[in-house]
Design a protein around this ligand. Structure first.
Ligand SMILES: Cc1ncc(COP(=O)(O)O)c(C=O)c1O
Length: 445
């Protein structure tokens, strides 16, 4: 679908200018030279007029497509003429309240809850960390290896998906402890978690109980466990079904809270409003961000059991959290996502079937996994050694992009397939075909 030269002359020029004045953040200058000028539905257009089908959703932000759903754009345009910033920490406004009432309603369990508004995922998690520390008086937080919770200094202490995130920034916030995540494909015990899910789950729970709580920190000094229900940056890793129920039981025995980081997997991506719904447990605290405002305006939210609330005004706050443009966009987004859930579930088998076929066919695909419209394939040197092959992953990503499909990596050598939730069956099939062509070529390369 890339119709003209790629990367074209304009793209090359913008990339050069970019690197002169914009901070070195996460762009690999060689890998994906996509300079986006505009988006429409599930398509992106670059500055040279090339058209791309998008299977990346701006890392699960543009879940309603580009630039956003027309109804979200409409409410934002109306709000723009009414009120934007309204010093939400000093004055009251109805827009924040209306969204909070809806957000409270999407958390399982039906208990009284409250909402803290932020501007990003990391900020939503910072609020969660401060909240649980002050509510419990305890200092330690347990997180999982492979997790991504953000890059500010508090959440960074819990992030453990790539050393580059931490390189040069030590020491991290004290009180963070990491334990293995129940990754069915790749775990320290070499257990095949697909055929022996309970064995894997018990191993992780025993590890937390016997090695961490029995030997390292007394349970009554642990404030919370923070987890992604499905690890995103870590590789779209889905733990066995029984994991969170067993984890929650252990935590309840010791009065340890459970923070559910739904920043990437929440809000319909997995076919459920929250990814934790697949596991049947009630979190104490939930973090949301990314797609919450329909991909238009930065927003984050921390939703927590009301009795955990900050004890005094001013203990935690910010300037822009709950900006009224963001909250009206979010309110409309939640309605639209609710309607999209059956569509997401309907497309799940299409992806599962195709990925399973690839897993059988390609020696360099070690694992394929997914739920809803959150899927990944893991690229390895060969099935037996399971050695990650990030180089081949880069080749596949680049080939797909040249053929007009935008994809992103995750984990050490996985590729995530996360189209906007509004994608049609035909568009999804088209994207899968392009990726298959790229896989075929990568086999020959
Ligand atoms: C699960 C999870 N939590 C937190 C974050 C941090 O969000 P942000 O980049 O908005 O700070 C991310 C970002 O990818 C994420 O995937």
């Amino acid at each position: 679908m890339a119709e003209k030269s790629f990367p074209g002359p304009r793209a090359r020029e913008w990339i050069e200018r970019h690197h002169r004045v914009i901070a070195t953040t996460t762009h690999d200058p060689e890998a994906l030279p996509l300079v986006i000028e505009r988006g429409e539905g599930v398509y992106l257009y670059d500055v040279d007029g090339n058209k791309f089908l998008d299977f990346s959703s701006g890392i699960s932000v543009n879940n309603l497509g580009y630039p956003s759903h027309p109804e979200v754009i409409k409410v934002v345009m109306e709000q723009l003429h009414r009120l934007g910033h309204a010093a939400g920490t000093d004055f009251y406004n109805p827009y924040q309240v209306m969204l909070a009432e809806k957000l409270v309603g999407i958390i399982p369990g039906g208990r009284p809850r409250k909402v803290f508004y932020a501007n990003s995922g990391t900020e939503a998690n910072e609020a969660a960390l401060k909240l649980v520390r002050q509510a419990t008086g305890r200092k330690f937080i347990i997180a999982f290896l492979g997790a991504f919770h953000g890059r500010t200094l508090g959440s960074l202490a819990l992030t453990a998906s790539k050393p580059v995130h931490r390189k040069g920034f030590f020491p991290w916030m004290p009180g963070a402890i990491h334990v293995p995540y129940p990754n069915p494909y790749r775990n320290p015990w070499g257990i095949d978690g697909y055929s022996m899910p309970d064995e894997l789950v018990n191993r992780v729970i025993d590890y937390i109980e016997e090695y961490i709580l029995d030997k390292l920190v007394p349970p009554d000094e642990v404030a919370a466990v923070i987890a992604e229900p499905i690890q995103g940056e870590g590789g779209y890793v889905i733990p066995p079904k029984s994991f969170f129920k067993k984890l929650k039981k252990l935590l309840e025995e010791h009065g340890i809270l459970f923070i559910d980081d739904e920043v990437q997997m929440g809000l319909g991506r997995t076919g459920e409003m929250l990814a934790i719904n697949h596991f049947g447990v009630e979190p104490d605290v939930v973090s949301l961000a990314k797609s919450l405002s329909g991909g238009l305006i930065p927003i984050g939210a921390t939703i927590y059991r009301a009795e955990l609330d900050f004890r005094e005004p001013g203990m935690h706050s910010n300037t822009f959290g709950g900006n009224t443009l963001a909250v009206v966009a979010a309110s409309k987004t939640l309605d639209i996502i609710k309607e999209l859930l059956p569509h997401v579930k309907e497309l799940e088998p299409l992806f599962k079937k195709r990925l399973r076929e690839w897993l059988d066919e390609y020696e360099f695909i070690g694992d394929a996994r997914g739920l809803g419209l959150a899927h990944a394939i893991e690229i390895v040197r060969d099935k037996e050694s399971k050695k990650p092959d990030p180089k081949k992953r880069s080749v596949i990503l680049r080939k797909a992009l040249e053929k007009g499909l935008v994809l992103l990596g995750c984990g050490k050598s996985s590729i995530r397939l996360i189209p906007p939730l509004i994608i049609s069956r035909e568009e999804a099939e088209k994207g899968l075909e392009i990726l298959e062509e790229a896989l075929r070529e990568a086999r020959r390369a």
